[in-house]
Design a protein around this ligand. Structure first.
Ligand code: ASP
Ligand code: MG
Length: 427
């Protein structure tokens, strides 16, 4: 009997009753003869509440102390889940990330896992215990400080544990039934995907789908861990994220590989335009060097052909809204040197992305996508593509219409509403 690794999100652990329900689910797996290792998130909105509290105390809390504070959320739920399990007559041992051997780099707030040394976990399993691990946290190899993995990081804890323990599967329990063709809050007729490939899931996660932490999918792909995303509020099969869900998906369902996996959207980006850049060698390099020095991750970049009369061009790019101020300051500093005219900032934008591995071999996807946007009266601001994705920037206010029109144009709508959002405040 193998090891089963499970992850429960905050909405599955919202209160005492929810915790008892989760404990029963965990014990059922143990009863069926498996060893169980569980990664838990903080209860309900705890992480947001702790963030609010910190900001109430200090406008700029030190990153080290922020991690100390936030990791407390997962520590609360791990102990409570272990207590609820012991109440059912089974023994559980809870461990912090550091105790569980989750070793990270030293970047507070968005640390990367570099190794997992699960000695205490395997020992506890050997003694017959169920193991509960606090998600979203680790300890830095060089500074020995406590770190966090970034919002939603418990998914990554779970998959990293599954890889280290050579588990057959990692089950991610959440408050929806799986990965949908679009966010059910915007498209009520979104359909649940039976399977999706790692590469499609990576694009979905990078384009705004919040169902899985991006790094958890990267980890799953690197170590070949199938990830089963499902609801803790139902017994339904969820979505299998694996290398080739069309061919080696679980037996019960035949999954024909659709051309399009889904439509994702993201309203967390802003757009900056550098107006009137002299069209000569080295100007773009200088601009992007300044942004790189400010540690800013860019997404889309567009440079226009310069106007013949003036030899001036405009460069636009998108970036996380949270980095908007830093980027504007960094660019203002090099205005004289670059000799551009002015900067424009727009954070009323949204990104809509169409994702599917079948795009590679099917012509006409782009024209259908843009045609759907046109019929919905949505204007396209910027375009970028990868092999299996087309993204457009539109006005923030037209994101909903754009997503719905695209979803319908590609025949993704379900006949009846399938998507149930069981918990969570969506906060
Ligand atoms: N509690 C953390 C968060 O809210 C980590 C997680 O839930 O995965 O982001
Ligand atoms: Mg999550």
């Amino acid at each position: 009997m193998g090891i089963v690794v499970q992850k429960y999100g905050g909405s599955s652990l919202a209160d005492a009753d929810a915790i008892k329900r989760v404990a029963r689910r965990i014990v059922d797996v143990k009863k069926s003869g498996h060893d169980v290792v569980v990664a838990v998130s903080a209860m309900g909105d705890t992480t947001d509440d702790l963030l609010d509290l910190a900001n109430g105390v200090s406008p700029l809390p030190p990153a080290r102390e922020m991690d100390m504070l936030l990791t407390a959320g997962e520590r609360i739920s791990m102990a409570l889940v272990a207590m609820a399990i012991s109440d059912l007559g089974y023994t559980a041992r809870s461990f912090t990330g550091s105790q569980a051997g989750v070793i990270t780099d030293s970047v507070h707030g968005k640390a990367k896992i570099i190794d997992v040394t699960p000695g205490r976990i395997t020992q506890a399993i050997g003694e017959g215990h169920i193991v509960i691990v606090a998600g979203f946290q680790g300890v830095s190899a060089d500074t020995k400080e406590i770190t966090t993995l970034g919002r939603g990081g418990t998914d990554t804890t779970a998959v990293a544990l599954a890889a280290a323990l050579e588990a057959d599967v990692c089950e991610i329990y959440t408050d929806v039934d799986g990965v949908f063709t679009a966010d059910p809050r915007i498209v009520p007729t979104a359909r649940k995907l039976a399977g999706v490939s790692y590469e499609e899931m990576l694009e979905l996660a990078a384009c705004g789908s919040k169902i899985l932490h991006l790094r958890c999918v990267e980890y799953g792909r690197r170590y070949g861990i199938p990830i089963h995303v499902r609801s803790s509020f139902s017994q339904l099969q969820g979505t299998w994220v694996m290398s080739d869900p069309g061919l080696d998906g679980p037996e019960e369902e035949t999954m024909e590989q659709p051309i399009i996996a889904g439509v994702a959207h993201d309203v967390s980006e802003a757009k900056i335009t550098v107006v009137g850049v002299p069209d000569k060698v080295g100007e773009a390099a200088r601009i992007f060097e300044a942004l790189a020095d400010a540690q800013i991750n860019l997404d889309m970049i567009v440079q226009n052909i310069s106007a013949a009369a003036t030899s001036l061009t405009d460069i636009s790019f998108t970036l996380p809204r949270t980095d908007g101020q830093t980027a504007m300051t960094a660019l203002a500093r090099i205005q004289a040197e670059v000799g551009y005219d002015k900067l424009l900032y727009d954070d009323k934008i949204g990104k809509v992305s169409l994702i599917g591995a079948g795009m590679r071999s099917h012509p006409g996807i782009t024209s259908k996508f843009f045609g759907a946007l046109a019929s919905a009266g949505v204007n396209i601001g910027m375009i970028s593509t990868s092999e299996i994705r087309i993204s457009v920037i539109v006005d923030e206010s037209s994101v909903g219409d754009a997503v719905r029109a695209t979803h319908t144009a590609f025949d993704l709508d379900a006949d009846e509403v399938e998507a149930v959002v069981y918990g969570g405040t969506g906060r």
